[in-house]
Design a binder for this molecule. Structure first.
Ligand SMILES: [Ca+2]
Ligand SMILES: [Ca+2]
Length: 260
């Protein structure tokens, strides 16, 4: 009888322990997997998070499924309201809730998610303090005399720790006055005096191979409280720019989705 009691107590304890483990580990990860977002830009880029996976949606058929859905729309990073979207083959157009066309010229970001949306507003400054940029160029064998077409920065608290990081964008893409040997672009973040590379491109300068980076949006794309960066890279041709979404995770930037 006594040994039976011991067994029952052991089994009940095991069940309780398994239950607590499930609550601690199982539930939070299930919540993460339940987070869904659709990210659309004016230039018909579409990224989607579903069942814990990121995907760049490219086919016209799949993109067509986003038409006439309601989205939270941000124009030049400011929340503008709820709109319907419809793609004309090249771009997403906006329609108000009465389905009247709304013309826009601003940078457009449209979101639909099952969690609270957070989009940062930010200001881009011309860089006058070359220290970090020179260090970056030198470490890639590029002369400090090289002419640049982009040299700017912005301050933003990416990891929501109350301290702002600085993100630098530097490039000689699309330079006209001179014929440089290499074409290069770097996007990097300085946090606590340390450099974290977000995007780097360095190639022999051939006609039309340059890529010019631009920070399109800073948003919490996966609802975890830290911010992701949506970067665009323009090309020489009239082709649409390449969009890539980056997450700063474990002390490095990783790609979540790209329509490269
Ligand atoms: Ca920070
Ligand atoms: Ca996030």
């Amino acid at each position: 009888m006594k040994s039976n009691k011991v067994y029952i107590i052991l089994i009940v304890t095991l069940f309780l322990f398994a239950g607590i483990l499930y609550l601690l580990i199982g539930l939070p990860s299930r919540n993460v997997e339940k987070r869904e977002i659709t990210i659309l830009t004016g230039e018909k880029t579409a990224f989607q998070l579903k069942n814990g996976y990121w995907q760049a949606v490219n086919s016209s058929y799949e993109i067509g499924k986003y038409d006439w859905e309601k989205y939270s729309v941000y124009l030049d990073d400011e929340y503008s309201g709820e709109y319907y979207l419809w793609n004309d083959g090249d771009n997403f157009r906006l329609f108000d809730l009465q389905k009247q066309a709304v013309h826009y010229t601003e940078k457009m970001l449209a979101l639909r998610a099952n969690f609270n949306l957070n989009v940062k507003t930010f200001e881009i400054f011309e860089n006058i303090d070359y220290n970090y940029v020179l260090e970056m160029l030198e470490s890639h064998g590029i002369s400090s005399n090289e002419s640049l077409t982009v040299n700017n920065y912005l301050n933003v608290d990416i990891d929501s720790d109350g301290k702002e990081e600085t993100i630098y964008v530097v490039s000689n893409a699309f330079i006209e006055e001179v014929e440089p040997e290499t074409t290069f672009s770097f996007v990097f973040m300085i946090k606590d005096n340390k450099t974290y590379m977000l995007y780097e491109y360095q190639e022999k300068n051939l006609f039309g191979n340059a890529l010019k980076p631009y920070i399109h949006s800073i948003l919490d794309a996966d609802g975890d409280g830290s911010y992701e960066i949506l970067l665009t890279c323009s090309r020489y041709s009239i082709e649409k720019p390449i969009y890539t979404l980056y997450k700063f995770d474990n002390q490095k930037f990783k790609k979540l989705a790209s329509d490269e």
